[in-house]
Structures are given as structure tokens and as C-alpha cells.
Design a protein around this ligand. Sequence first.
Ligand code: HEM
Length: 175
Amino acid sequence: VQNAILLLIAGHETTANMTALGTLALLRNPEQLAVVRDTDDPGRVALAVEELLRYLTIVHTGRRRVATEDVEVAGHLVRAGEGVILVTDSANRDPEAFPDADRLDIDRPGVRRHMAFGHGTHQCLGQNLARTELQLAYPALLRRFPNLATAVPDEELRFKDDMLVYGLHALPVTW
Ligand code: HEM
């Protein structure tokens, strides 16, 4: 049962929320939306998806580790047996790693170094499936509905800021 719950949340909540939230992010950046919609280059779409994954960092769970031996990270000693929560959301907005990190930029150099799928042995098992779904979904949606727009003012959108996976409760649109 636990495995089924894991795959439902890890495998469905994630990509479903990325689809809605990523679409909103693109609607707020129409020039970048036009590139994702109109490009014939799947590589360009793939990089746009990586940037959306970095920018949105929707998974706020997992990412917990226990040190098996003393280890020094950036001048801080983590002792054997101590627990650590890896704050990948902050890592993905680290200005030293990603200049102007609060801006969506689908042409961002080095975006593939993001931590949206975690890092190390337990990094996301489904990341390549997720990438494939999103690389297909955004261009397909935007080409099918070229006049897509939000149907309510931004202030009325309700975000899932109290859940393990961040997203939108609903994204009302017109087309
Ligand atoms: C945009 C989509 C997704 C994002 C952002 C995402 C993100 C993450 C993150 C941050 C972790 C925790 C990694 C860690 O603790 O270091 C994780 C773990 C996991 N994800 Fe995903 N995920 C996505 C889609 C999927 C999909 C589609 C599946 C399966 C069909 C999946 C299956 C899993 C599993 C099984 C784990 C646990 C891996 C382990 O503990 O060894 N994920 N994911």
C-alpha cells in the first residue's frame, strides 16, 4: 500500500502540479511561452522544462539524510548520526549557482545543475518519465490552445502552500 501511495503522490501529484504551475509561469512570461509553443527544437523545450523545474521546485518532502560519518559541508561539520534536511528550494534560488535566480529564464546557462529532483542515491526515481511528460505536455497544450489565458485575476488563484507538493488548487483558463 505504501508503494502505491508513493507512486500516486510521487508519480501523479508532481507532474500534474508542474503542468498547471509551469503553464501559469509561462503565461506570466509570454515571450518565453511563445518559444516553448513555436520552437521545432526539442532540445530548447527540454531546457525550458529544466528551468521550470528549477524555478518552481515543487517537491517539499523527502530530502532527509542521516550522516553515516563526520562530514564537512561548506565549512560546517555534520557529525555521524546527525540528521540533515536538504533545502533544495533555496539551493535552486542560490544566486551564486544561478545569477538572477528569481527570474524565469528558459535560456539560462547551466540550468541542468538544479536540485528539483534531489541529489545522490535517493534522487527522484521517476525523473526521466517526468521530463518526458512535461516536454510533451507544455508544447502540446500551448499549440492546441494558442490563445490560452487565465480566467481570473492572479489574486484569486489559490496556491498549495500547505502541502508536500506545491502547486495550484485550480487554474481557471479561457481559450
Ligand atoms: C516534476 C516531477 C517530479 C519532481 C519535481 C520530483 C521530485 C522528487 C524529489 C525532490 C524527490 C526526493 C529526492 C531526495 O530525497 O533526495 C523524489 C523522490 C522520488 N520520486 Fe520524484 N519527482 C517527480 C516525478 C516523479 C515521478 C513521475 C515518479 C514515478 C513515476 C517519481 C518517483 C519518485 C520516487 C519513487 C522517489 C523516492 C526515491 C528514493 O527515495 O530513492 N517522481 N522526487
